[in-house]
Design a protein around this ligand. Structure first.
Ligand code: NAD
Length: 298
């Protein structure tokens, strides 16, 4: 008997295509504008996962021709010091995007720092002004991970109108903004979270299932509707019995691949799309800023 296998949503390949397009546009514009786009990624402390993400973001910037103004601060850096740095970056005309890598050490107030970023330079789309625009369905900078998921679905021409979408997770980083974006795309949206009883009941009838809980293997094949589109946002490091560590998502990949129509791999699915959207956000701010300054007809 032939076993069915889901088609993979290749985030890595789509992200590479977006980066190529951005690189070409930046190469064309930079001589006219007189500077490249600039992104400042601020990192505090030495969380190894955060350091790896920041490295990845800076490497991606270098690839497409975005200048990095990133700074790495010691763990004991104070709120006041970071506020000063953000103020200076807000005023720096070479910088189009500012991002504070989360999580921050406990003594720092991340929300207040996010509020301080100029909403026009909010590359991560987490400032309340940009989140408010999302709620209202107005154009604005969108959170990178949910925007990357929407773009991935669009690239594979997966229609959302009238579809039942279940988002597992309600964080301000992924679940909540994604639910709003799916709603904007005319899906009927259910948001499940850690206090939702009978999770399977909420996932089993979803045409589009997004897992963003950070719980390895939370979604089993029995919880997935045959023919569903399954997007696995989770990035979990696990150590197997022989002591080897690897990254897995929230979805039981092998068994769910036998039920779903489309499925994202981990790694290589949503992660690279997140980085591509960060570059895209920085570029769109650059376009807007350069239009204002030089009155270029871009
Ligand atoms: P979070 O911890 O802030 O939120 C997790 C959410 O999942 C919460 O709303 C919680 O209610 C829900 N949840 C937890 N356990 C649950 C359960 N058993 N059943 C139903 N809901 C449950 O995490 P986050 O920042 O939203 O990230 C979620 C996952 O996505 C993590 O693994 C994170 O590493 C990953 N992530 C990936 C990317 C990417 O680019 N691929 C970006 C951001 C986050």
């Amino acid at each position: 008997m032939e076993t069915k296998t889901a088609k993979l949503l290749h985030g890595k390949a789509v992200a590479a295509k977006i980066q190529q397009q951005l690189a070409a546009e930046i190469a064309k514009l930079q001589p006219q504008v007189g500077r490249p786009p600039g992104l400042a990624v601020l990192m505090v402390g030495d969380n190894p996962a955060s350091a790896a993400y920041v490295r990845g973001k800076e490497q991606a910037c270098a690839k497409v021709g975005i200048a990095s103004f990133g700074k790495h601060f010691p763990t004991q850096t104070t709120q006041a010091e970071l506020e000063e740095v953000i103020d200076a970056l807000n005023r720096d005309q070479r910088v189009d995007g500012i991002l504070v890598q989360l999580p921050l050490p406990n003594h720092l107030d991340a929300v207040s720092l996010l509020h301080q970023i100029d909403p026009n330079k909010d590359a991560d789309g987490l400032h309340p002004v940009n989140l408010g625009k999302l709620v209202r369905g107005e154009p604005g900078l969108r959170s990178c991970t949910p925007a990357g998921i929407m773009r991935l679905l669009q690239e594979y021409e997966i229609s959302l109108e009238g579809k039942r979408a279940t988002v597992v997770g309600r964080s301000i980083l992924v679940g909540k903004p994604l639910a709003l974006m799916l709603l904007e795309a005319d899906a009927t949206v259910v948001v499940a979270h850690s206090r939702s009883p009978n999770l399977a009941e909420l996932t089993k009838n979803a045409d589009i299932l997004i897992a963003a809980a950070g719980r390895p293997g939370l979604i089993s094949a029995e919880m997935v509707k045959p023919g569903a589109v399954v997007v696995d946002v989770g990035i979990n490091r696990i150590t197997d019995n022989s002591g080897n560590s690897r990254l897995v998502g929230d979805v039981q990949f092998d068994s769910v691949a036998g039920v779903a129509e489309f499925l994202t791999p981990v790694p290589g699915g949503v992660g690279p799309m997140t980085v591509a959207m960060l570059l895209q956000n920085t570029f769109s701010t650059y376009l807007r800023a350069t239009k204002k300054i030089a009155n270029l007809s871009l």
